[in-house]
Write a protein that binds this ligand. Structure first.
Ligand code: ATP
Length: 251
């Protein structure tokens, strides 16, 4: 098994004297798509921020592979709508990049024709794709996405996640994302990490959906998700985590 790109070891985070995350052990390995799920306020964004080094651990540590290139899409990005700025200009901040690099990143994000459009005129889905393009500029080995499909309708979210899977195959990068779209998560992830201040459960989508800790948080209304998961993952992936196609999760 290859070495982890990023690992949390006994990670604890305190903010304003409150314990937000406790004793989180977690690893992400090359090429994996891992999704973090959990209720509002459970510490998902905080975990991502800790992994990129934007929030300091109060206990334990985060380990990153030496020289690791990270692409990060934050949960919120407010852009002043009164400020005229083209997509191309946005992608060349904070440092200038070539028109070719901009075109290549937009192409990878699945929106090849947006370079000259104004940021304020983009639809929600286009905006998310531009944020993805920005995260792809440095050819990341790990892509961290914090609720990348918020505000998108279900076809829009599904298309976004399909694009992520394609990016993963094209670039070979690992992907860690936070999502509330449980149905899509189940279809698009190799592994799911369910947190609520601590790691509740972790594993393949089927295993997590069947875990009592997950059901306590989300109920058992995941049958449709599992059907989708089975449907879309009927082909083989080369992963170190075997897919368990048993039916206990439906019990
Ligand atoms: N800078 C901060 N200072 C103090 N508390 C914070 C800070 N950032 C986050 N928190 C608190 O930490 C907890 C976890 O927040 P976080 O944003 O990680 O949750 P989340 O799981 O991403 O939630 P959501 O699904 O609502 O986006 C919340 O109670 C939040 O109020």
């Amino acid at each position: 098994m290859s070495a982890p790109l990023i690992a949390a070891r006994g990670l604890g985070i305190r903010l304003d004297g409150r314990e937000i995350l406790t004793d989180v052990d977690f690893e992400i390995r090359p090429g994996e798509i891992v999704t973090v799920v959990g209720p509002n306020g459970s510490g998902k964004s905080t975990l991502l921020k800790a992994l990129i080094g934007a929030v300091k651990p109060s206990a334990g540590r985060v380990e990153r592979a030496e020289g690791l290139r990270l692409g990060y899409v934050p949960q919120k990005l407010a852009i002043d709508a009164s400020l005229p700025m083209t997509v191309g200009r946005f992608l060349s901040l904070p440092r200038r990049v070539s028109a070719e690099a901009i075109a290549a990143a937009l192409d990878k994000a699945g929106v090849p024709d947006l370079a000259n459009r104004q940021m304020k005129d983009l639809s929600g889905g286009q905006f998310q794709r531009v944020l993805l393009a920005r995260a792809l500029m440095d050819r990341p080995q790990t892509l961290l996405l914090d609720e990348p499909t918020q505000g998108l309708d279900q076809p829009g979210s599904a298309a976004f996640y399909r694009r992520i899977e394609e990016v993963r195959s094209e670039m070979g990068c690992a992907v860690l994302m936070v999502s509330h779209d449980l149905h899509v998560v189940m279809a698009a992830s190799d592994r799911v990490l369910c947190i609520n201040g601590h790691v509740c459960c972790e594993g393949t989508p089927e295993i997590v959906a069947g875990a009592p800790e997950y059901r306590a948080l989300f109920g058992s209304g995941t049958k449709g998700a599992l059907a989708l998961y089975r449907h879309e993952h009927s082909h083989d992936h080369d992963h170190s985590h075997p897919h368990h196609h048993h039916h206990e999760a439906d019990a």
